[in-house]
Design a binder for this molecule. Sequence first.
Ligand code: EPU
Length: 438
Amino acid sequence: MDKYRIIGGTPLVGEVEISPSKNAAVAIIPACILADGPCIVDKIPDITDVEVEFDILRKLGATVDKLDDDTVKIDCTGINTVQCDIDLVRQMRASYYFMGAMLGKYKKISTAYPGGCPIGNRQEGLKGINYHVEAFEALGAKLTYHSYTTGEITFETPGLKGNEIILATPSVGATINIMLAAVKAEGTTVIKNAAREPHVTAVANFLIQMGANIKNAGTDVITIIGVNSLKGANCEIIPDQIEAGTYMIMAAATGGDIVVKNIVKEHMESLTKTLKIMGVGVEEAIENVVENGIPTVKEYIRVYKKGNIKGTVITTAPYPGFPTDLQSILATLLCISEGVSNIVEVVTGARFAYARELEKMGAKITVSEITATINGVRELSGANVVTTDLRAGAALVVAGLCANGETLISQIHYIDRGYENLVGKIRKLGGNIERIKE
Ligand code: EPU
């Protein structure tokens, strides 16, 4: 198993280009199933979750052809089975999107509970996807097979019918899955208390390109009027909000100065605001560039240390609130900030597995249910740590980069799931990180 070896203490300086969004890509890839022709998806991130989804599609009979480094042609017209590869499905949470897309197109899917990072109730079988299941049932699908022992499930429908669905919480996954199922359903579906994350809007825009009738994605009430058929379409994946946030926090934590490029400023507002409150230097700017002969306005953010950094209090919330996926990474910065900080994790419930690992590096963190209290220390020290999920892994990488001495991080396959070229990007900023084999 590979590890990251990091020698900390160097302020990271320079420019970093943010990759396309993992959570948008993993929804847009299964969405291609709904089209009656090939789709071209540009700006695909080179991460393992994307590769796993390509394999799931290929095993269903679809073709996935790389046109260049970051463009793929996905043709799902050859799908010849509704049985998903169970081992692949279990490797990632987003495999739940195959349910909505296959039910929408083929009225049946045999699959399994999704896998992925062990966060909240996700590992609890149907309980972890109860909003999805309830929504499919409201649209007229039935769970016709379910094995608690193997986690295998089959959903079938004689034909989905639109309905009003009120989500108990604005679940990102359920909102997108309902859109995938409902775009070809008979009649109108209304999702109330819908998630508003940027990737919900990105998926809706892609489906609209295919010919879907979706209104108000990006608000908390989305209306979908079913259509008979969808055509192949093109799309470009939006920049990754969480990767951008990771590099912004890395700049502050290492006392460096990083210009984070290829971002959408609006997506970063909750983090930008938090960093400014903490006394971190944040400058937003635009630049005019010419891309493929077309004048384009690009947004970027410069983050730098401009003095002592103060602790703060954050509560995670659905977009546009502070993202749960950034709280572990911000926690690393809070560990070396002045005073006492608090993180309240309301989106996923306790998601603090990283705390014990940061403590090995000298952090002072007390976890109580959904709250972590952090007493700032002057510095962290390198240690041998283990990552338990993707964003915990990113938090440990940031900790290793600002700590004194050597840090070894194991179980980095979690980090491979969501960060494209992490080592290359950090090294370019002057960080001392390498991937080593044991
Ligand atoms: N939940 C349920 N039942 C459901 C759906 C969700 O109980 O049917 C609970 C789960 O405990 C879950 C929480 O509600 O943790 C939030 O659910 P949501 O649907 O919003 O999130 P998700 O589908 O589990 C997606 C992202 C996560 C991100 C969350 C919140 C993907 C593939 N995953 O997960 O991304 O943390 O939304 O924004 O899009 C990551 O990138 O590291 C990551 C974990």
